[in-house]
Ligand binder design. Structure first.
Ligand code: ADP
Ligand code: NI
Length: 217
């Protein structure tokens, strides 16, 4: 099977599995990550076959939505790539990217070595920022039965992935625990530029949010 067909079939597979998902990890999230990864890749010398496959499969089975099982994502992707007879070298690269793509906490270092991994990480994190990032965060918060905001509960910068995974704060805190930190952990030049704009928009959003909370706007 040629590479174009493998990507097409993988997009169809991701769409079938994730269509209609309500927590913000749906097919359209994957679609956006795929598109922006291609955009970022234009100015990088990366293996775009690996980038596209990893973008398409990165949320095929998220640990948060599968009882905390962190291996289910990489395993599901590996099985799919084997079914399509994707050569082992590319498949291993894709699976490795998926294994390391999760945000792990404010004070945890994200150590991604391969350029292809950096591109997909940046693309995924860009979709957690800006107007779409805000929408996804509240969708996820509602899905997990979280309060929108509670002024009595302050943000906490998690020191380990374990702590981050078990956090149960309100959704506004998620901005401080993750979203506002993303612009500083982008790897590629293109993503850094886009992240700057999206970051500014989130700051403006929060400013309005607090004003409205106190009936001041
Ligand atoms: P990543 O793919 O970076 O590991 P996640 O899958 O944890 O990120 O989260 C993707 C998006 O889901 C976040 O950017 C956010 O919008 C939402 N989300 C995840 N965890 C939370 C949370 N605790 N509260 C609110 N939204 C969350
Ligand atoms: Ni994602």
């Amino acid at each position: 099977m040629n590479k174009t067909l493998i990507i097409k079939k993988t997009a169809e597979y991701a769409k079938k599995i994730l269509e209609g998902e309500g927590s913000g990890h749906d097919w359209w999230h994957v679609y956006r990550v795929w598109q922006i990864a291609k955009e970022i890749g234009k100015t990088e010398k990366a293996d775009m076959f690996v980038v596209e496959l990893a973008a398409l499969l990165h949320d095929i089975a998220d640990y948060k939505l599968h009882g905390g099982d962190e291996e289910i994502g990489p395993k599901t992707a590996e099985k799919w790539l084997k079914k399509l007879s994707v050569e082992k070298k590319s498949s291993d690269q894709v699976v490795d990217i998926i294994r390391n793509i999760n945000f792990k906490g404010a004070k945890v270092k994200h150590d991604i070595k391969a350029l292809e991994g950096k591109i997909v990480f940046d693309a995924d994190k860009l979709d957690a920022m800006g107007a779409i990032g805000i929408a996804r965060t509240f969708a996820f918060g509602g899905h997990m039965d979280r309060e929108i905001y509670n002024p009595n509960v302050k943000p906490y910068l998690h020191k380990s992935f374990e702590e981050y995974k078990n956090g149960k704060s309100h959704t506004i805190n998620h901005f401080y625990e993750k979203l506002l930190l993303l612009k500083n952990i982008m790897h590629t030049k293109t993503a850094k530029k886009i992240a700057k704009r999206r970051h500014k928009y989130m700051e403006e959003y929060l400013e309005k949010f607090y004003k409205e909370w106190e009936g001041k706007e």
